[in-house]
Design a protein around this ligand. Structure first.
Ligand SMILES: Cc1cc2nc3c(=O)[nH]c(=O)nc-3n(C[C@H](O)[C@H](O)[C@H](O)COP(=O)(O)OP(=O)(O)OC[C@H]3O[C@@H](n4cnc5c(N)ncnc54)[C@H](O)[C@@H]3O)c2cc1C
Ligand code: SF4
Length: 512
């Protein structure tokens, strides 16, 4: 029986289940560089990263003895059935994609051979194990899932108990910015000949299809060897201060002490188990502050696995959720990646344009907070995030943007909406000192849009949140305002005329 393997773009590790099932020389292996991904109008850095990493992975597989073909094509429909026929395949094996739409797209190809799906081995928790954990629980909360993960995978335990006597050191990790913070720079990589060729291709495509962001300078790792070097540099230079400065935002410092590992983990260049083991090994070699070590482990063993597990647990209806009935169109400045007039937003969008990356608090408290309080449509907002981030994949976007960022799932993921006014940004960032708005003012010519919109959000949803255990206090604060104040807030919100993008696009499904 003739058998082949199709490696999807985010499955670039040699131990992935489909490749592992077919030893080198026992059948052809396909990688596809499809223009169909342009439908989403992805950030140029994202395209370069994905395509260059695939090309490098193809070369790696060849060196390992596999019979590999990387096909550049307009779509999977154009290339894959013909490839299957050319090799006379009876069976095509794929590892189950993490993204649901990717599997639908493969199944829609109607291939002239049997499709065999092997379970995804790219996460610590299998889908069945997550279901087993979730079953029978009234509420699915990350903290309990994380503790179970610590026990199950024996991470940061001493005699079965959490190291340091506590599961969670988050309370020590919320410092506001201090003067003169000087984070070490992340490790960047100069483009080699393959990456340079991909950059040229992306620039050529950008001449006819408007693609956001800049392709250059490009510094992301595109091989497993480089990704491991980036991990080592993080462990060596940035891990110790990861915790205390995790929530701060500083003008001119786009990375701070964040790991910048999500693109590599999500493409398969790094595996979550090896990252966890290296974190623990680092702490056994030298003293790493426990709050930083535990904080970083919680992101990978906790949040990353939780958002993936929930994505599959919640099922195909989840992406359509819009619990707060938010219908505003996305503003033009999101597509132009700047020009909002708000120092925080323009700083974050400028950094995004350059690298395709923002750290977590910028994504959560600057961008998705604004989307939440301004009432932007959640499906359009999710599509925007998916297109613009180098680490964006459907499984991680839906839960993070719809669930954590926009509360569009009605609280299935986050116990309360992450809605905040300019006061939060003033406390946790250095952005406000360079802004024409005043974070304290909710009305008037210098009113900070975040502050107006925050009160406007409470005003719109007061009924819904009046008895909510974690929102009731805020609604009571709103209800202490006079009717004149409340109508002033409504007017200030209505006066924010950002205008929809001229080429406003609806959400496009990611493809195989
Ligand atoms: C609105 C919004 C959109 C997001 N979009 C993405 C996305 O497209 N892709 C993505 O991988 N993450 C996304 N996240 C989660 C998180 O912001 C990123 O994983 C993180 O910023 C990646 O940067 P880092 O590697 O420097 O992370 P660090 O802050 O250094 O954290 C270390 C690692 O933990 C994992 N992690 C941390 N938080 C999360 C989380 N909430 N969900 C999943 N994994 C997490 C990542 O693998 C990350 O590399 C989003 C969060 C929000 C609020
Ligand atoms: S004043 Fe408001 S708009 Fe300006 S940087 Fe601060 S939070 Fe952002």
């Amino acid at each position: 029986m003739a058998t082949g393997v199709w490696v999807l773009p985010d499955q670039l590790h040699q131990g992935q289940a489909a490749l592992a099932s077919l030893p080198p020389g026992r059948g052809p292996v396909l990688l596809l560089e499809s223009d169909a991904s342009l439908r989403e109008r992805p950030h140029r850095q994202k395209l370069v990263l994905f395509w260059s990493a695939q090309r490098h992975f193809a070369a790696e597989l060849k060196a390992a003895g596999h019979q590999v073909e990387l096909i550049e094509a307009a779509s999977a429909a154009e290339a894959v059935p013909a490839w299957v026929q050319r090799h006379g395949l009876d069976e095509l094996r794929l590892m189950e994609p993490a993204d649901r739409p990717a599997r639908r797209a493969v199944e829609a190809l109607d291939l002239p051979c049997r499709l065999v799906w092997l379970p995804d081995n790219h996460f610590l928790w299998s889908r069945d194990d997550f279901e087993g954990w979730a079953q029978g629980r009234r509420q699915l909360r990350m903290e309990f899932f994380y503790r179970e993960g610590r026990r199950r995978f024996d991470v940061l335990l001493h005699n079965g108990e959490p190291l340091g006597g506590r599961w969670n050191f988050d309370s020590e990790n919320r410092r506001p910015p201090a003067k003169g913070l000087q984070p070490p720079q992340p490790l960047l990589f100069s483009p080699d000949a393959i990456t340079t060729a991909v950059i040229a291709k992306v620039e050529r495509l950008a001449a006819t299809t408007p693609l956001p962001g800049q392709a250059q300078p490009f510094g992301w790792a595109i091989t497993r060897t480089q990704a491991l070097a980036a991990l080592d540099q993080f462990l060596h230079d940035r891990l110790d201060d990861f915790g205390p400065w995790q929530d701060v935002m500083v003008t001119g410092q786009p990375d701070l002490w964040h790991a910048r590992l999500s693109p590599y983990l999500n493409l398969g260049l790094l595996r979550p188990d090896e990252v966890l083991r290296r974190l623990e090994a680092t702490a056994s070699e030298r003293a790493v502050p426990l709050a930083s070590l535990e904080g970083c482990i919680r992101q990978i063993l906790g949040w990353r696995e939780f958002t993936h597990g929930l994505y599959h647990h919640f099922g195909p209806d989840y992406p359509g959720r819009n619990a707060l009935e938010a219908q505003q169109p996305l503003p033009a400045f999101l597509w132009s990646l700047g020009g909002s007039g708000m120092a925080c937003v323009d700083t974050v969008l400028g950094e995004l344009a350059a690298s395709g990356y923002n750290h977590h608090i910028q994504r959560l408290m600057v961008l998705s907070n604004l989307a939440l309080i301004a009432g932007w449509n959640p499906q359009a907002t999710t599509a925007w995030f998916r297109a613009h981030y180098v680490d964006a994949h459907d499984w991680v976007m839906q839960t993070n943007v719809l669930g954590m960022g926009l509360w569009a799932d009605g609280g299935r993921l986050a116990s309360k909406p992450y809605a905040a006014s300019g006061a939060y940004l003033k406390k946790m960032s250095t952005y406000c000192s360079g802004c024409r708005y005043d974070p304290k003012q909710r009305t008037g010519p210098r009113a900070c849009p975040y502050t107006s919109l925050y009160w406007g959000f409470l005003d719109r949803h007061a009924e819904r949140f009046r008895n909510h255990p974690r929102m009731a206090l805020m609604v009571r604060q709103l209800e202490r305002l006079s009717e004149a104040d409340r109508s002033g807030v409504r007017e200030a919100c209505a006066a924010l005329e950002w205008g929809p993008a001229p080429d406003a696009r609806g959400p496009a499904e990611p493809s195989a």
